[in-house]
Design a binder for this molecule. Sequence first.
Ligand code: DAH
Length: 345
Amino acid sequence: MKDPRNEWLSAIAAAADETALAAVESRLFGKKGEVQELLRAVSQLPKEERPAAGKAANEVKVAVEAALTARRGDLSMRAMEQELSAHGFDPSQPGPQRRVGSLHPITIVQQELVDLFTSMGFSWQDGPEVESEHYNFDALNIPGDHPARETQDTFWLDDGNLLRTHTSPVQVRTMRRFAQDFQPPLKVIVPGRCFRAETVDKTHEHTFYQMEGLVVDRDVSVANLIHTMKTCLRVVLGRQDLKVRLRPGFFPFVEPGFELDVNCPFCHGKGCSVCKQSGWIEILPCGMIHPNVLRQGGIDPEKYTGFAFGMGLQRVVMLRYGIDDIRLFMGGDARFLRQFQTVPK
Ligand code: DAH
């Protein structure tokens, strides 16, 4: 029997690219392929010659197959190298970075606050952004002719509704929801978006975020309010040395009402430009819920008392990260946002 092994192996070695190699492969192993013919020829031999010839033919087949596989590997590697060098590819360069999105700093702080308050037994309530005049003002002890309305530059809608100017309307909405068969304590937080027809500057935005808090129970006092606020601000501002002070503040839906300040983190109370030399920074308004508001919510003010607070989320975020321009939050500048890379929960 003839041994065409060398001729086949050189045909494989001579195939210059993957197409040429495929042609050699089909010549050898196709339907009437030459290797198949060789194997078939064995069966034509006299019986006694078949085992030795079969073994030899099989060895040829295995060798040719191995050569084909090796050549295919070489050629595809070479093809890849050629393609890469044609495009000026540098394999030592790091691969393209996939840009992972990040949470907005307001979302980060809001999530932390929600976690913290829920761990203290508060539940999360929601309310509409398009609100009625009744819930936004009247039910909060702010009647139509009250000067307090003037301080909230309101976006009125044609149908008499408005874009809520604060999250406080959800106070009465929530009390009403729970008033029937009231089971104290009622402890809720209401994070949400609010709107005012403000002239936008470094410290004012037309769209902003607040987090309202509300606690109603028997014998709730200012001491409970102070404790809750201190706990919350210590965690969210990451300051164990945090102190608070209350100053009187007027809001028609609380009595007494307060402005709550924290000791300045920048000068530790000595006085600096951030705290306007006072040593204190105003952080949130709060107070004891006005009896009229409890009544509006269907809760008997003779039996129950409560406190409420309205935290400006941007203000807290600005203080925490040292951001000095509120417009950055809505500005859509990815370079600003990218600084808050955190793994989304
Ligand atoms: N809603 C008020 C505002 O946006 C803030 C506020 C003050 C909320 C006192 C309260 C509060 O719950 O007790 O101006």
